[in-house]
Design a binder for this molecule. Structure first.
Ligand code: GTP
Ligand code: MG
Length: 201
């Protein structure tokens, strides 16, 4: 799929405020600083689309970007960032989960995992919660440029093994680097396949 147009639509504080209309949503969720906004910019080849920061907590609202005038990429605030107030953490968590579980337009959720880390409890808990609520999801391991091949394999395998403790099948997953553009085309193909399967229904 070719990206022809990218357009920031709006930032929302709740599902009710989100843009109306029927375009399918592809949503990016994960720990603060995992690289959600950077990945959206890599996918769209537009470095200015979503704001990036080396400090966690940059994205604080539900951000809709309309792509090719036919689907949305949605950037959410990250979770697990200890340095913001507890009220903020609870507010962002509620806002994101309410949106994820209730949005009728959600076509696919990508949950991002930092491949440099050993499996994190908060990632596994969120994946299990969203899976149980029937949110269609894939996993994206990020920042693969930052680890050696052996470490990458160990971290991916141990994450997948942990998932298998509660899931019958492993969700589809991708290994990516936004800076080195690894796996970006695979994500674009997954988006385009999902759009095709929706329109066939
Ligand atoms: P919040 O909005 O705070 O939830 O963070 P986020 O998940 O949107 O992360 P963001 O895209 O802002 O990136 C966080 C930091 O990670 C930035 O310094 C990025 O440059 C860096 N980063 C993101 N993706 C990659 C990657 O693939 N490789 C490397 N080396 N750095 C990356
Ligand atoms: Mg962000």
């Amino acid at each position: 799929m070719k990206i022809k147009t990218t357009q920031f639509i709006k930032s929302s504080t709740s599902l009710e405020e989100c843009p109306k209309g029927d375009f399918p949503e592809f949503v990016f969720f994960g720990r603060s600083n995992v690289g959600k906004s950077t990945l959206i910019n890599a996918i769209t080849n537009n470095q200015k689309l979503s704001k990036i920061s080396s400090k966690p907590g940059k994205t604080q609202l539900i951000n809709h970007f309309l792509i090719n005038e036919s689907f949305y990429l949605v950037d959410l605030p990250g979770y697990g960032w200890a340095k913001t107030s507890k009220e903020n953490r609870i507010k962002w968590d509620r806002m994101s989960k309410d949106f994820l579980v209730k949005s009728h337009k959600l076509a696919l959720l990508f949950i991002l995992i930092d491949v440099r880390l050993k499996p994190q409890k908060i990632d596994l808990e969120n994946i299990n919660y969203l899976g149980k609520n029937n949110v269609p999801l894939n996993l994206i391991f990020t920042k693969c440029d930052k680890v050696k091949k052996e470490e990458l394999k160990i971290n991916v395998d141990s994450f997948i093994n942990q998932i298998l403790d509660s899931w019958e099948d492993v969700p589809k997953y991708f290994i990516t680097s936004s800076t080195k553009r690894v796996g970006i085309d695979d994500i674009l193909s997954q988006i385009s396949d999902t759009i095709n399967s929706i329109t066939k229904k």
